[in-house]
Design a protein around this ligand. Sequence first.
Ligand code: ZN
Ligand code: ZN
Length: 393
Amino acid sequence: GLQARPSHPVAMARPRKLQVWAGCSVGGVQCVQVRGGQGERRGRGPAQPLRAVPTMLLRLLHTQLWISVSRHQTASSKHRIVGKSIDFDQVDRERNWDDQIILTALLFYVLNSVLPMRQGLPWWNSGGLVLTVLLHLGPVEFLYYWFHFHRALHHHYLYSRYHSHHHASVVSEPVTSVTHPFAEEAVYFVLFAIPLLSMMATGTGSVAMENAYLLYIDFMNCLGHCNFELVPERLFHLFPPLKFLVYTPSFHSLHHTQFRTNYSLFVPFYDYVYGTMDKSSDELYQRTVHGREETPDVVHLTHLTTPDSLLHLRLGFTSVASAPLSLKSSASALVARPLAALASLLGRGAFRSESNRMGELNIEDMGHTQWRRQRDQQGPCTRRRRMATRSGG
Ligand SMILES: [Zn+2]
Ligand SMILES: [Zn+2]
């Protein structure tokens, strides 16, 4: 079992998370309005503590996009890296992925309120870019590599209490990247604070660079754990050293399946230097990036019965999909109906929604977007089915 049940500082807000998000959205809009109304100084960013809010919403949206895209992509075997299904324990373990985003926003809110140097931060400063790149490639990556490598290999005590929580997910999802006990998460916060605090200390900080660094962390985290290969081979041909600077989904996937290789954070350089990269990294990358054609044994065609059933799909929001009956009709009207209308407008046919293994069989689920037509054209549907039955189909 997992001893380290993470008790997160924002855990109290969990039952009210939807309200927190909604409240923040309103705050974000107000923040933008206040900014517009006050007339900013030239080239200066907003001074309000609420500046952290738009960043938080952007990060939530970005991660949710990764979740949906990766579930859609891994529903097909083409570029999928690990072919096993995800179990319910993992879904439960990873469903509070947004806690760390909310916590970061709270930290920034406090910093923005109390530190005078955070008032009127400029939009851009190129010194901050140079500093962040150097500090990330140097101390952040290096410290993470040694911390990770050393601990995993030599300190079973720490591994079993902390890092095993992240490694419990062999088939990773984008949000596996942020699934850690709180003590471990705090260590990552300290690591990522190195470039951010250095920018502040040297006066090279800027709104753009702060946000770009946070988004870089999120992007690379989701990339490494999305479980399908998408980094185009062309990029490595155009710029060969990229191999040492950017990891790929298959590279980090090997860390989850093999445990004792590919320890790097986002930049595989130190794995190459110290010879800890997995020997099969290149081969797995080649195999998954080119893809393979596997025909499923069973295809399950399903169609939506009501607009709400769109929200029950695995492609969307885990917290809603896992408790479909708890959805209030007002929330459904607000979210599900426009989404369903959009889906039936955009989608012409069926889309892949999930794939599962049942014994020896590979089962693919296809969802049909035209829920209204399916419902309204009961007649032709039934007629076609009858014909199929008659012809022995
Ligand atoms: Zn690890
Ligand atoms: Zn990982």
